[in-house]
Design a binder for this molecule. Structure first.
Ligand code: F6P
Length: 375
């Protein structure tokens, strides 16, 4: 009897990142080589609910390796909590029915931390799922790295390079806010590569007096400008304590009222609030008497063509993913491990975040070259 042709679905979810199209191509071309059929679903998990598809064949997969964004579109929709006609609904059963209707053997989900959790839920609901780790934040657990990170790192580094000459000319402090959600990889990497004088990351809460002292020391030795690379999730020690207390309160909350109260306290402390960066710049200006300016890098870090390292990584992971589908090895994330790849059970990835360990070699390196880390 002829072997049934495998049909795989593929979607991209969460924030976009450079290398998504390279990964789609990596999965797709290898899958075609195995004689599989591939169907793309548009705008993340919503496309699976609304049956919005794009057939991926030789011609749609051509010419996308270098293209930024995702040809499939993306969204932050969650299968179990999707807003449909103004109401939040659990759409898991609809997704299951559509998976069956389109005769899928597997669904490949390309995404960051949130996508890993959503993929695990679908896997637990009985679907064959495989994920790839993508995000500029590099904070997905159990993988050496995520695609998108290397490109964003290059962009942030180039920005710090450019800020140096203007800060130097005007004898200013320039505070550059870099993305990364609640992880400091991007800021730490760019800060080291771009020679920032101060690097502030969420994993090391800062004391503004220590930063000001480091900047004043530079001024005393004749260098009256400074570049401060601050992660969007970086916090002062006081804010970190308050956040910790609010998180504990939420954990302990039993009634709906207590949960609501704890959640609104957390929202007020939003660690990614650009106001934190503005406040920091103002404090430093007051404490050092140097003029200060703020640059928020924002979405330029996610846009545009992927760098070569991300193209290689995304192609490698995508191609390994198709191999796993061929072997019917499901319920895993394809992790980058050294020069190779490794399937990691989704249970080991979902709900975990890879943050910068305070004794990480990058942290030690930054300290050794005299960078102030705010502590
Ligand atoms: O996860 C990638 C990321 O760019 C984070 O660095 C940032 O905090 C977040 O997404 C921004 O999300 P959105 O695109 O929803 O504004």
């Amino acid at each position: 009897m002829a072997k049934k042709i495998k049909r795989i679905g593929i979607l991209t979810a969460g924030g976009d990142s450079p290398g998504l199209n390279a990964a789609i191509r990596g999965v797709g071309k290898t899958a075609l080589h195995y004689g599989m059929e591939i169907v793309g679903f548009r705008d993340g998990f919503r496309g699976l609910v609304e049956n919005r598809r794009l057939k991926l064949d030789k011609s749609t997969l051509a010419g996308i390796l270098t293209v930024g964004g995702t040809i499939l579109g993306t969204s932050r929709d969650k299968p179990h909590r999707m807003v449909i006609d103004g109401h939040t609904r659990n759409m898991t059963d609809v997704i299951k029915a559509n998976y069956k209707k389109w005769g899928l053997d597997c669904i490949v989900c390309l995404g960051g931390g949130g996508t890993q959790k959503n993929a695990l839920r679908l896997h637990q609901a009985g679907l064959n799922v495989i994920t790839l780790p993508k995000t500029i934040d590099n904070d997905v657990a159990m993988t050496d790295s995520t695609f998108g990170f290397a490109t964003a790192l290059d962009i942030a580094t180039e920005t710090l390079d450019r800020l140096h000459s203007t800060a130097h000319s005007h004898h200013r402090i320039i505070v550059a806010e870099i993305m990364g959600h609640r992880a400091g990889w991007l800021t730490l990497g760019a800060g080291i590569a771009g020679g920032a004088d101060v690097i502030l990351i969420p994993e090391i809460p800062y004391d503004v007096m220590k930063i000001a002292e480091a900047i004043r020391r530079r001024s005393r030795s004749g260098t009256n400008f400074s570049i401060v690379a601050v992660a969007e999730g970086a916090m002062s020690r006081d804010d970190a304590r308050a956040l910790n207390a609010a998180e504990k309160k939420l954990e302990r909350a039993r009634t709906l009222h207590d949960k609501k109260e704890a959640k609104s306290e957390l929202a007020a402390l939003d660690v990614r609030h650009a106001g934190n960066t503005m406040r920091l710049a103002k404090q430093l200006e007051e404490l050092t008497h140097l003029e200060s300016r703020v640059t928020i890098l924002g979405y330029v870090q996610r846009g545009g063509t992927p760098c070569s390292a991300d193209r290689v990584l995304a192609t490698r992971l995508g191609s390994a993913c198709a191999d796993l589908i061929h072997e019917e090895h499901y319920g895993v994330m394809v992790a980058a491990r050294g020069d190779g790849t490794e399937p990691v059970p989704l249970e080991k990835v979902a709900g975990k975040r890879k943050v910068v360990p305070p004794d990480h070699s990058w942290v030690k390196t930054a300290r050794r070259v005299g960078t102030c880390l705010g502590d």
